[in-house]
Ligand binder design. Structure first.
Ligand SMILES: CC(C)(COP(=O)(O)OP(=O)(O)OC[C@H]1O[C@@H](n2cnc3c(N)ncnc32)[C@H](O)[C@@H]1OP(=O)(O)O)[C@@H](O)C(=O)NCCC(=O)NCCS
Length: 273
C-alpha cells in the first residue's frame, strides 16, 4: 500500500502533465490539504533544535495550484477570482476571527488564536493562543509558535519555492514588534523580543551589544531583546551603514518583557477551549 506521502511525491514528479481534469491526483492533493488544514501534517517543525522541512507537504501545496482551476466568488460588492479556498469552521476550531481577516484553507490555526484583520497563507502554522495583529501577514509555510504576538503590520515571509527553502520560524512566546519584516528562513527563538521595525533575513548579522560579536545571521536566539541597528561598512565608493540586529540584553528563561505583555482582556476569547 502506498502512503499519501509517496503518492504526492509521484504526482510531483509529473506535475507538468497534471491539470484540473486529473481526478486521481486531485483527490490525493485535496486529502493532503485537508490534513494540513486540520494540523495533522505540517510543512516544517523544530525537532531537537533544528528546523525540519517536510518537503512532500510543500509539494502538495504546489500541486494544488496545478489541479485547481480558477473560481469566481463574491462577497457583497467584492469579486474574487482564485484557485484556493478560504478556511472555515472557526467556532469548532476555537479561533477568533475579526472582520477583515482571511486565512486560506491549508493553513493551520491552533485553538485560542486571534486573527485581527490580517492574512494567513496556505501552509502556515500558527500555535495556540497566538495573536496575529492588524495588517500582519503570515506568509505561506511560515511556522509561528504558541503564545506569539505578531504586532501590527508585521510581515512574515512565505516560501513555496525553491525546493528545500526553509520557512520562517517564530518560536513559542516570542514578540515581534510592529512592522518587523522576517523573511527567507530567518528564525526568532523562544521568548525573544524583536523591536518595532526590525528587518531580519539570513544575511542580516545579529550582534551581541555586550561583546560586539556576531552571534549569527538571520537567527535571534531565545529570550533575546533585539532591535534594528546599523553597522559601518567600507565600500570602494565610500563608507555606508547597513542594517543589523542588535541584541540589547537577554531575558531569563521564561521571563516576559514587561513592555510587551498583551492586555489579557484583548486575548480573551469567548470561545470555550
Ligand atoms: C524592543 C523594545 C521592547 C525595547 O524596550 P526596552 O527593553 O525597554 O528598551 P529601551 O526602550 O530602554 O531601549 C533601549 C535602546 O534601544 C533603542 N530602541 C528601542 N526600541 C527600538 C527599536 N524598535 N528600534 C531601534 N532601536 C530601539 C532605544 O532608543 C534605546 O536606546 P538608548 O539606550 O540609546 O536610549 C521596544 O522598544 C519595542 O520596540 N517595543 C515594541 C513596540 C511594539 O511594536 N508594540 C506593538 C503594539 S501592537
Amino acid at each position: 500500500m502506498t502512503t499519501l506521502e509517496t503518492r504526492i511525491e509521484k504526482w510531483f514528479d509529473q506535475i507538468g502533465e497534471l491539470s484540473p481534469a486529473s481526478d486521481e491526483a486531485r483527490r490525493d492533493v485535496e486529502l493532503a490539504i485537508t490534513k494540513l488544514d486540520d494540523g495533522q501534517i505540517r510543512v516544517a517543525e523544530v525537532i531537537d533544535g533544528d528546523v525540519v522541512v517536510h518537503e512532500w507537504v510543500r509539494q502538495a501545496i504546489l500541486l494544488l495550484f496545478r489541479v485547481r482551476g480558477l473560481e469566481r466568488s463574491e462577497v457583497g460588492p467584492f469579486e474574487y477570482l482564485d484557485k484556493l479556498d478560504l478556511k472555515h469552521d472557526y467556532e469548532r476550531r476555537g479561533v477568533r476571527v475579526v472582520p477583515g481577516a482571511s486565512a486560506r484553507r491549508g493553513s493551520f490555526l491552533s485553538r485560542g488564536v486571534i486573527l485581527m484583520p490580517s492574512y494567513v497563507n496556505i501552509g502556515a502554522w500558527v500555535g495556540e493562543n497566538s495573536m496575529v495583529d492588524t495588517w500582519a501577514t503570515v506568509g505561506s509555510c511560515a511556522q509561528i509558535g504558541a503564545n506569539v504576538h505578531l504586532a501590527g503590520g508585521v510581515g512574515i515571509g512565505g516560501v513555496l519555492e525553491p525546493a528545500n527553502a526553509v520557512p520562517v520560524v517564530i518560536e513559542d512566546d516570542a514578540f515581534i514588534g510592529s512592522r518587523c519584516m522576517v523573511v527567507e528562513g530567518a528564525r526568532v527563538g523562544r521568548g525573544a523580543v524583536l523591536g518595532a521595525g526590525t528587518i531580519l533575513n539570513p544575511s542580516i548579522p545579529v550582534i551581541d551589544a555586550s561583546t560586539g560579536e556576531e552571534i549569527s545571521r538571520g537567527y535571534v536566539p531565545d529570550y533575546s531583546v533585539a532591535v534594528s541597528a546599523s553597522r559601518r561598512r567600507e565600500f570602494a565608493g565610500g563608507e555606508f551603514f547597513l542594517p543589523c540586529v542588535l541584541v540589547l540584553r537577554r531575558l531569563a528563561e521564561g521571563e516576559r518583557h514587561d513592555k510587551v505583555a498583551l492586555n489579557n482582556l484583548l486575548r480573551e476569547h469567548g470561545v470555550a477551549t
